[in-house]
Design a protein. Sequence first.
Length: 115
Amino acid sequence: QVQLVESGGGLVQAGGSLRLSCAASGSIFRFNVMGWYRQAPGKQREWVARISSIGIKDYADSVKGRFTISRDNALNTVYLQMNSLKPEDTAVYYCKEAQGSRDYWGQGTQVTVSS
């Protein structure tokens, strides 16, 4: 059974940084595309970043140049380094693992950016 556990969220001032982690278990992690999504109050969940099994990265325009996604296949973990945070980055952040035709989600971690 695939399980994803996010951590690293918290409260930070605008301009600050946080690093989110997502630890995966129960999957062939190194073969799967990993992604980060976020959902702000009253809004739909939106895609933030993804990294392929071979390390190709892609970002939403709203975070490009500020966020960096990475993965450590030895630890079955994907990271999201978030710099120059803005109040509009406030959301619950979720990681997603795409395995074949199925998607698996973590429970989310709250990120709050104060102005």
